[in-house]
Design a protein around this ligand. Structure first.
Ligand SMILES: [Mn+2]
Length: 362
């Protein structure tokens, strides 16, 4: 087995077997960049230490959701990683491994098993994390749980200590990009960075020559760059839903001005309809928030039932959201949908949720 990073990743899928022990390295269920990068990095680190180890990084989301993490799409690509080669939730049957006593689980970027994995408690053999220690793991296992800014710092330290030559390439790009994004470019004012994060980042910059500002700016831009996403993905990128009395209500946070969204997809209303039907919702909101150049909030209300739509719109227009209608006469199907500017910038999804819950429950 080659100890080359790209060769390692290329071979993982072909080598997946349920007939030999496997060490699965998995991040938290939010599967942010830190979780994904640290899982990939630590699995490779284990392999590079001992070629006999069958270590596999598990990206703990469906493959179809990867493209929603636009900053991860960018950084993995910049590190030369082909996402087709990665192992996603549907690619690996942990239960099948566990039933044959072949599963060893290493948690990174979390230290308490996700609900979906709760049956594998006794399989945990190691933890690398920067969250508060919940001490919900077997005694005596290997742990490195420290409150640094990024879990990738912890794996970065290991590479620097034991395989420094490795960080000159894609491994270094992946570690540095993740640390920079998690620590807001090592900015002490953001309150995330620790000396350990800075030390690893400085060392990698010295070895790779990567430009910190350039990489951070690009990642920050890509994090909010939803230009590659269609209406359906814009709605589900950051989505929550609630049962409010007899009304099932979903709210997607969308990072795009309503005007740009309409221009991008004239079929926006039918996309909302498809989304609502699929999730069996009664009400679908999109809360658009963006900075261009001023911070702006807008809200889209899609309710197919005419009576409920009328009542909801009357309620919202009379509320202190400060709504003013955006002209949508050109939008196909716009009679089922209302588009607003929201003058009250203080009302986020978290604050709107109890307000409308109260209304729908009456
Ligand atoms: Mn993290």
């Amino acid at each position: 087995m080659s100890n080359n990073f790209k060769t390692y990743l290329k071979n993982i899928k072909n080598d997946l077997s349920y007939d030999k022990p496997m060490t699965v390295v998995v991040g938290n269920e939010a599967a942010d960049l830190d979780s994904m990068a640290t899982a990939v990095l630590y699995a490779y680190y284990l392999k590079s230490l001992d070629g006999a180890v069958n270590s596999v990084p598990l990206i703990n989301i469906p493959r179809a959701d990867f493209k929603l993490r636009t900053e991860a799409v960018y950084l993995f690509d910049a590190a030369g990683i082909d996402s087709d080669e990665l192992i996603f939730a549907e690619d690996l049957d942990l239960k099948r491994l566990n039933d044959k006593d072949l599963l060893s689980l290493i948690l990174v970027d979390h230290n308490k098993l996700s609900t979906a994995h709760s049956e594998f408690l006794n399989c945990i053999t190691g933890i690398l994390d920067h969250h508060a220690d919940e001490k919900q793991y077997p005694e005596g296992i290997f742990t490195d749980i420290r409150p640094v800014g990024s879990a990738s710092t912890l794996v970065g330290e290991l590479f620097i200590k034991n395989a420094e030559e490795t960080v000159s390439g894609p491994v270094g790009t992946l570690i540095l990009g993740t640390i920079l994004l998690d620590t807001v470019n090592l900015d002490p004012d953001a309150g995330r960075v620790t000396d350990a994060d800075s030390a690893v980042a400085e060392k990698i910059m010295a070895i790779t020559g990567l430009d910190r500002k350039e990489l951070f700016d690009k990642l920050q831009f890509e994090k909010f760059n939803v230009s590659s996403l269609g209406s359906y993905d814009l709605l589900r990128k950051d989505y929550k839903e609630w049962q409010m009395g007899s009304v099932k209500c979903g709210i997607g946070s969308v990072l795009l001005p309503v005007e740009d969204w309409i221009a991008k997809d004239p079929g926006i209303v039918s996309a909302c309809e498809k989304y609502l039907k699929e999730r069996e919702l009664d009400v679908l909101f999109a809360m658009n928030a963006f900075t261009n150049p001023e911070f702006t909030r807008q809200i889209v209300v899609y309710i197919p039932d005419e009576d409920l739509r009328r009542k909801t719109i009357d309620f919202l227009e009379a509320s202190d959201l400060g709504l003013s209608e955006i002209d949508s006469t050109s939008v196909e199907g716009s009679e089922k949908c209302a588009f607003y500017n929201q003058a009250n910038l203080g009302i986020s999804r978290k604050k709107l949720q109890p307000i409308i819950k109260d209304f729908f429950e009456k």
